[in-house]
Ligand binder design. Structure first.
Ligand code: SF4
Length: 431
């Protein structure tokens, strides 16, 4: 039997898809690249923006057509499009066989004939990995209820995995050849507050640090208010933890942050960035920004723009606000910024950031950087090039001798806002 999984959205979704795929493999199924060849097609969906939902709908249209042409296969929709009530979805997509909420794989397994697999079917040492990098969820759900966000309604309240459970999974991944592990949470610093002894992310990183074979740890996504000095110190002190933070700011204006109910003001955000930069000089900090949020005036937008200029992020993920049914903002605030204004603001941020990223990256010209090799693909001229990331999460393409999982020293001879190009020299992988 064959399956195909299509995934959009965040790394947590990718980790969920990976886990489901590992389960199906364990049952003897094999993965295929084309839905036309599959006995089970799973769409792992995202609801963060309307665009992501539209992509899933369009996929569903294609699958409906395949069905009407007489192909016999099961269709499962999982992820953040699936809320606690599925009545509307069932009416809208009657040809879908099963709807499953994020991380609830059982309904899918039941739909293909595996009832009562039980918890022991999914142990911590379960997830397979052929890649040298892996995502490991450590805290599920979110308690923050930012007004624009659907995640807490779809992924539920924060639930941390125990330190022992995470350790077991990471040790298993290391034994199967993984070199870099990214610990995941919607607000990853929330880790541990619900566990006995309340270990925090710093404690977890210190415990994982002795796992042989793992050369690098990362974590995503940071929530400014939960980022403590203890965690910042752990990153500074532990050699395996990469010098990279992704800390979404979302807006540079305190009134907008309040309307978003982000739970911090811009002064606190600045303090956290300053503390990180004082403890880990040369750290890379990336951020997320929403433009055109409900009622965002030109002056409020300008404060976001000014903040980006002031803090000089390595990368900015910018999105135009997208009203999501089910959120507080949908109920209580007007989505009143015209689309063309949102797009103009988005483009201004993109242009600003392209300049900043270009400047930051150009400092690496002629430098040697450590790259963890992930794979190989052709460049614009059709020549095969290795690619991977630096500790500061810069994408690097290079020519030279390597295999996936190697740590390679690359001399950078070309830079752009988005990536670096160079020549590699193989080094050994420390464990
Ligand atoms: S912190 Fe806010 S934006 Fe992030 S997942 Fe939670 S509710 Fe959504």
């Amino acid at each position: 039997m064959r399956y195909h999984i299509w995934t959009v959205g965040c790394q947590m979704n990718k980790a969920d898809s990976h886990k489901l795929a590992s389960g199906l493999d364990k049952l003897g199924w094999s993965e295929v690249a084309a839905p036309e060849e599959a006995d089970l097609v799973v769409l792992n969906t995202c609801s963060i923006r309307e665009h992501a939902e539209q992509r899933a709908m369009s996929k569903l249209g294609t699958l409906k057509k395949l069905r009407s042409e007489g192909r016999d296969f099961k269709i499962a929709v999982m992820g953040c499009m699936v809320g606690p009530k599925t009545g509307d979805l069932r009416r809208q997509f009657p040809y879908v066989d099963v709807f499953a909420r994020p991380q609830q794989f059982e309904p899918i397994m039941e739909a293909i004939g595996y009832e009562d697999l039980g918890g022991e079917f999914w142990p911590a040492t379960f997830v397979r990995s052929e890649a040298p990098t892996a995502y490991v969820p450590i805290v599920h759900g979110c308690d923050k209820f930012c007004t624009y966000c659907i995640v807490p309604y779809r992924r539920g309240r924060e639930r941390s995995r125990t330190v022992a459970d995470v350790y077991e999974e990471v040790a298993h991944l290391a034994a199967s050849g993984v070199r870099e592990v990214t610990l995941l949470g919607q607000t990853v610093e929330a880790y541990g507050h619900d566990l006995d002894g309340t270990p925090d992310l710093g404690d977890l990183l210190r415990t994982l640090d002795d796992i042989e074979g793992i050369a690098r740890f990362r974590f995503l996504t940071s929530y400014p208010k939960d980022m403590t000095e203890r965690i910042i110190d752990a990153v500074a002190e532990l050699p395996k933890v990469c010098e990279h933070f992704n800390i979404p700011v979302q807006s540079g204006d305190n009134d907008v942050l309040e309307r978003m109910r982000r739970g911090y003001n811009i002064e606190l955000y600045r303090e956290k960035v300053a503390l990180i930069r004082s403890r880990t000089p040369d750290v890379a900090i990336t951020t997320d920004v929403i433009v055109g949020f409900c009622g965002e005036t030109d002056a409020e937008f300008q404060r976001s723009y000014d903040l980006l200029e002031e803090l000089q992020f390595d990368k900015v993920h910018v999105a135009a606000y997208s009203d999501r049914p089910g959120t507080i903002a949908h109920r209580e605030l007007a989505d009143d910024i015209p689309q063309e204004v949102k797009m103009a603001r988005l483009q201004r941020v993109e242009q600003l950031e392209a300049g900043i990223s270009a400047r930051i990256n150009s400092r690496l010209l002629g430098e040697d950087v450590e790259v963890l090799v992930e794979g190989r693909k052709p460049n614009a001229d059709g020549e095969q090039r290795w690619y991977g990331r630096t500790r500061r999460d810069k994408l690097v393409h290079f020519a030279g001798d390597a295999t996936p999982g190697d740590l390679v020293s690359v001399r950078i001879d070309r830079t752009s806002p988005w990536s670096l190009v160079g020549t590699g020299k193989k080094t050994t992988v420390p464990t």
